[in-house]
Design a protein around this ligand. Structure first.
Ligand SMILES: Cc1ncc(C[n+]2csc(CCOP(=O)(O)OP(=O)(O)O)c2C)c(N)n1
Length: 806
């Protein structure tokens, strides 16, 4: 019903003004134009790859109507209309990202690092400090692996519960207004076949966190239809068991709505958001009958796998067409009026596209011009004019040049004029060095913090001991440290399997749930991937999670999300977001295939962007926790299992002292061989050094302590200068972390210069460790093996002094 004066329309529960409807339509329409033009840019060679949100526009303007300041989004590459509608991404920024414009001014989400339609807002200011997130529309940074937005959503939503229920958090006003914020998620239908989707949905249901999840169901995952993706080919049917019932146990509110039905979408989103925000109950909206007019991405065409009937249906049920017809049918606007508006909007999007292209391409063209000028200058005096002309011609002929094209031309030019002593030569070298610096900033910066929240900038505070310091179990040292941390900072939240009531399987948190409550020290289900995701989301909302993965071996379940999401947060947003998650786990030297905790190199190689700390005892571990809690960077701490019950003296300043990252400790001085190791291999190496001492071999044992960062001051290199021989010992596979350490020393510390013997690694076996103490003995390096191998090294140096006797 249309009120003539008001020009509004009454839906079941909403009254919508015509101008609001038109505003929604225009955003949807412009977004469609951006998708259409975006695809053309890729096909025309101006961008490498495009993936767009066409077909989801109308659902997303409805979703955006419910998104409030302070709320958080975690979605995926289809969400452009939503991002436009909340004003968090402009159309210009959308094109800048499509072109990979590596300039934060033009593309503030990722600075050109993220792929097309990978959205993010900036949570941090230029100093890396948190902005007031309650005053902004927040979007956590997208990742490509399907379903990987789900684990993070657990924490983004759960943080609201913590802010609502913990009085001690009320003072952190820049992060929350009493937990009223909700998290919005979005996922494609086919990605619901991923395990982490179900793990996250279950976790949010258990936690009763305020999540509003939209599933855009266009019936396919690239070419594979729902019949191959989901039981009954229908995700909300399968999700039905999560639906809460009146008088029953808590669950979800589940909705189903058609993606082309604007009034129904508006009603559904309003109802769902009200339920989530007011009742703090999670909800899922299964948006069905969604289309994908341009197919999955620019990599293929959907005519290859969709039937003619389906394609025809998609044209007919296109959401923009349907919304337009609905507006006309309801006399809101005439076809002529809409035609006029659309023409204007089309022209506007085209003009924005043109400007974005100019902004991207002009600086590069200017650099090309500079290089061409250098070549011209070189041509004047070089004997290789022919070659230079060729270089100039190829560079000038590139229609859409890239920066790398300038680098190719520069190197070829320098080769052509080498030895000619032309005045232009140093100018080119200087220009190249300046460009290298700029490009390093463009592409390499922000892997770790470069601002004052860096873990490397935390001042060192030595542990202090009173004369009568008690020697207590290692786990009690940790327990005392966590107690102080929880008391000091209400944002510290510890959780994991058996962390709450039991205080973790090794009692680091013993008694702390009783003291600080179930929300501060919490049990979780067995769900490593979403334990980490929960921590990522919480950390993005200003909390300081200590997330526990019970054993190092089970970190593999979380490794993908740690690698794709956590490790890249700061880098992929070029310093716009951070997630200072502390991951606690334990490993090394338990026994058996899945309880040996030695999988370090897989972890090491996949987690650049996360610090990796391997304290040899619980005092060192406590010092690391103290350091990390004073910084805001993600880190993994691998505690040594058999150190929990070793006696250690309790520092008087247990909650204050810090252990710096990247600073190895010399555990035993020696002159013949440097032995580099860490964690559980420290005591074994020390025992081997003691036995070798009897044999006249003096071993310097260095505990590296943090694998990432590795020995920032080059102490291992200094030790090697003294001993001229080096051995790397660890439990990992051959070529694993021992090889990583060797490269660090030989390549980065120029260690090769000091070597008098071939460097040696003494790792574990290539297979998993066998069960039992004998299985362990023959699977991992042992004292006897280390003694024999180092002694052999010395025998080679001086067979008379070190004759073989075994
Ligand atoms: C883990 C992972 N596997 C495969 C892919 C390749 N891939 C990208 S999108 C996609 C289909 C996703 O379909 P759906 O979830 O329905 O979302 P849509 O793209 O249709 O919106 C696939 C298989 C990926 N990105 N990540």
């Amino acid at each position: 019903m249309i009120g003539e004066k008001e020009r509004s329309i009454k839906l079941k529960t909403l009254q919508l003004k015509a101008e609001e409807i038109l505003a929604d339509y225009r955003i949807a329409y412009k977004s469609r134009q951006a998708s259409l033009l975006g695809r053309r840019e890729v096909m025309g060679g101006k961008a490498k790859f495009g993936i767009f949100g066409d077909g989801k526009e109308v659902a997303q303007v409805a979703m955006a109507r419910q998104f409030a300041k302070g709320d958080f989004r975690a979605g995926y590459y289809r969400d452009q209309t939503f991002m436009f509608a909340i004003g968090a991404t402009t159309i210009s920024q959308f094109f800048a990202q499509l072109y990979a414009h590596a300039d934060l001014e033009a593309e503030p989400g990722t600075g050109g690092r993220g792929m097309s339609s990978h959205f993010a807002t900036r949570f941090l200011d230029e100093n890396g400090h948190w902005k007031d997130l309650t005053k902004m529309y927040n979007s956590s940074a997208d990742v490509s692996p399907t379903g990987s937005q789900m684990p993070r959503l657990v924490g983004l939503a759960y943080a609201s519960r913590l802010y609502r229920e913990l009085d001690s958090l009320k003072k952190f006003k820049q992060f929350s207004r009493g937990g009223r914020e909700i998290a919005f998620g979005a996922i494609g239908n086919a990605s619901c076949a991923e395990g982490m989707f179900w793990e996250a949905v279950n976790a949010v249901g258990v936690l009763q966190a305020p999540l509003l999840l939209s599933i855009w169901d266009d019936g396919y995952g690239i070419s594979v239809p729902n019949e191959y993706q989901i039981t009954k080919a229908d995700v909300s049917q399968v999700l039905a068991g999560f639906q809460r019932q009146k008088g029953g146990k808590p669950g979800y509110e589940i909705f189903r709505v058609k993606g082309w039905d604007y009034p129904a979408l508006m009603e559904t989103y309003a109802r769902a958001a009200r339920t989530v925000r007011e009742e703090h109950v999670p909800a899922i909206i299964h948006v069905v009958e969604v289309t994908q007019p341009q197919g999955h991405s620019t990599s293929g065409s959907h005519e290859r796998y969709k039937s003619k009937e389906r394609l025809q249906w998609e044209t007919e049920f296109d959401c923009i067409r349907k919304m337009r017809l609905w507006m006309i049918k309801n006399d809101l606007f005439s076809a002529e009026e809409l035609d006029e508006i659309e023409a204007k909007d089309r022209a506007e999007v085209e003009s924005i596209r043109n400007q974005a292209w100019k902004a991207y391409s002009e600086p590069i063209r200017a650099e090309v011009a500079e290089v061409l000028a250098f070549i011209n200058e070189a041509l004047a005096g070089s004997a290789n004019a022919g070659e230079l002309r060729e270089i100039r011609k190829s560079l000038a002929a590139i229609p859409n040049p890239l920066r790398r094209d300038t680098m190719v031309a520069v190197q070829k030019t320098l080769i052509a004029i080498r030895g000619e002593n032309l005045p232009v030569q140093p100018k080119i070298v200087e220009w190249k060095a300046a460009q290298d610096k700029l490009n390093a900033e463009r592409y390499h910066s922000c892997l770790y913090s470069e601002t004052d929240d860096s873990a490397l900038k935390v001042p060192v505070i030595e542990p202090e001991y009173s004369d009568d310091a008690p020697a207590i179990n290692g786990f009690e040292v940790l327990n005392a440290c966590f107690d102080v941390a929880l008391a000091r900072d209400p944002r510290v939240i510890a959780f994991g399997e058996d962390v709450g009531k039991l205080g973790d399987v090794n009692q680091g948190f013993r008694g702390l749930q009783e003291k600080y409550g179930e929300l501060r020290v919490a049990d979780t289900g067995i769900r490593e991937c979403t334990i980490i995701g929960q921590a990522i989301g919480m950390a993005m909302r200003g909390l300081r999670p200590i997330a526990e993965v019970q054993y190092l071996d089970y970190l593999l379940y979380a490794l993908q999300i740690m690698s794709d999401d956590l490790a890249t947060v700061r880098w992929r947003t070029r310093g716009g977001q951070k997630a200072p998650v502390i991951i606690r786990t334990r490993g090394h030297r338990l026994e058996g295939v899945w309880h040996s905790g030695s999988l370090m190199s897989g972890i090491m190689n996949l987690l650049r962007g996360i610090y990796i700390l391997v304290p040899r005892n619980m005092t060192q571990a406590a010092g690391f926790y103290n350091t990390l809690l004073r910084a805001e960077e993600p880190a993994l701490i691998v505690e040594v299992l058999n150190a929990y019950r070793q006696k250690e003296k309790l520092p008087r300043n247990i909650g204050e002292f810090t252990v710096p990252l990247g600073q190895p400790e010399i555990l035993r001085e020696g002159t013949d061989v440097t032995l580099v190791t860490y964690g559980a291999c420290c005591p074994i190496s020390l025992a081997a050094a003691e036995r070798l001492n009897r044999l006249g071999v003096s071993v310097e044992v260095v505990d590296i302590q943090t694998l990432m960062p590795f020995d920032l001051a080059g102490r291992v290199g200094q030790s090697l200068q003294k001993t001229n021989r080096i051995v790397f010992v660890d439990e990992d596979v051959p070529g694993g972390t021992s090889a990583y350490m060797m490269r660090e020393v030989l390549e980065n510390q120029d260690g090769y210069r000091w070597l008098d013997s071939a460097p040696l690694t003494i790792p574990g076996q290539p297979h998993r460790p066998a069960y039992g103490s004998d299985g362990d003995y023959w699977s991992k390096p042992n004292v006897e093996e280390i003694v024999e191998k180092i002694y052999r090294m010395m025998n080679e140096v001086n067979p008379e002094k070190y004759p073989i006797f075994f």
